[in-house]
Design a protein around this ligand. Structure first.
Ligand code: ADP
Ligand code: MG
Length: 289
């Protein structure tokens, strides 16, 4: 290995918005055959917006108002979408806010216990979606993220948000396939939603309803099966999975923790950057040999 070509490679990488930790990371990345990506923010814009509101037994305004009051306490990307989509609804105060990781949010509003989240959250609260189940599933089949809202243990509506696929994603996936990479999606979102998005994009394998620890476990399983795995992710939650991979790729505005556990850091968080990094890694390795 000539240190000179690696230096040149590293320099060219930086110009292309790819920060490379060391020569080993670049070398390992040239040999990777499996790329795990997050759905939200990597394949999609990461800026979801509210698309559907279905009220059942309460008014649409009340449904929006409850959802907004809950999400004012949340830092989840879904919260932003719901808040900006419900600005016209009456304002209510929530107290005793609680975020339930991977499931949703719960709080008290005007003496009622209000919950907003996925099927797992409803199950935990003993709230039966009944006739609304089909509506939720239909929204998920369109690739939307749909949430139930329950009031005192009764499901009274659905809110759905959609996140646009990045314009660059489809071409980048095709090109990564031509590079010989298998592309695996890992997401906390529902199986139906994840599969709808994956189908549109020709993703090879889908793992949905995955927790952050689940992502790290998935990396381990794939590596044990003989795959050479790169894991792309953002945020603090993904740090364990990035650290477990042969190459961790911190995407875009990633948290400092994520960057520390990454071999590659992409200034702009989309798949085009990963493609560029892969081609660079191969070019550098060719010069070395
Ligand atoms: P991801 O990071 O992939 O979006 P999460 O594990 O954060 O996945 O969330 C999984 C699911 O839990 C979401 O798709 C949603 O249904 C529910 N959920 C989590 N946080 C919230 C929230 N603040 N409001 C509503 N639903 C939520
Ligand atoms: Mg998350």
């Amino acid at each position: 290995a000539t240190p000179m070509s690696i230096m040149v490679g590293t320099g060219r990488g930086a110009q292309a918005g790819v920060l490379i930790r060391d020569a080993e990371a670049l070398e390992r990345f040239a040999k990777v055959d499996t790329l795990i990506v997050d759905k939200t923010g990597t394949l999609t814009e990461g800026k979801p917006s509210l698309t559907d509101v279905i009220a059942n037994g309460i008014s649409e305004d009340d449904l929006k108002s409850y959802a907004a009051a809950l999400e004012r306490g949340s830092e989840h990307p879904l919260a932003e979408a719901i808040l900006s989509g419900t600005q016209d609804a009456p304002k209510r105060e929530a107290t005793g806010f609680e975020a339930i990781t991977g499931k949703g949010v719960v709080a008290m509003i005007e003496g009622a216990r209000i919950a907003l989240g996925n099927s797992a959250l409803m199950l935990e609260l003993g709230a039966e979606p009944g006739a609304l189940t089909e509506a939720l599933q239909n929204l998920q089949s369109e690739g939307k993220t749909a949430m139930y809202l329950a009031k005192d243990g009764v499901v009274v509506g659905i809110l759905a948000v959609a996140d646009r696929i990045k314009a660059t994603t489809p071409d980048a996936i095709q090109a990564l396939h031509r590079e010989g990479l298998r592309i695996v999606m890992a997401t906390g979102d529902s199986t139906r939603t994840a599969e709808a998005v994956a189908k549109q994009l020709g993703i090879d394998e889908v793992h949905a309803e995955v927790s952050p620890e689940g992502k790290a476990a998935l990396v381990e399983v794939l590596r044990k099966s003989g795959a050479r795995v790169a894991m792309a992710g953002d945020g603090v939650n993904d740090a364990p999975a990035l650290a477990s991979a042969d190459v961790g790729i911190a995407m875009g505005t990633g948290a400092d923790v994520a960057v520390e556990s990454a071999g590659l850091t992409l200034v702009k968080g989309d798949l085009t950057g990963i493609l560029r990094a892969r081609r660079l890694a191969e070019a550098v390795m060719r010069n070395i040999r």
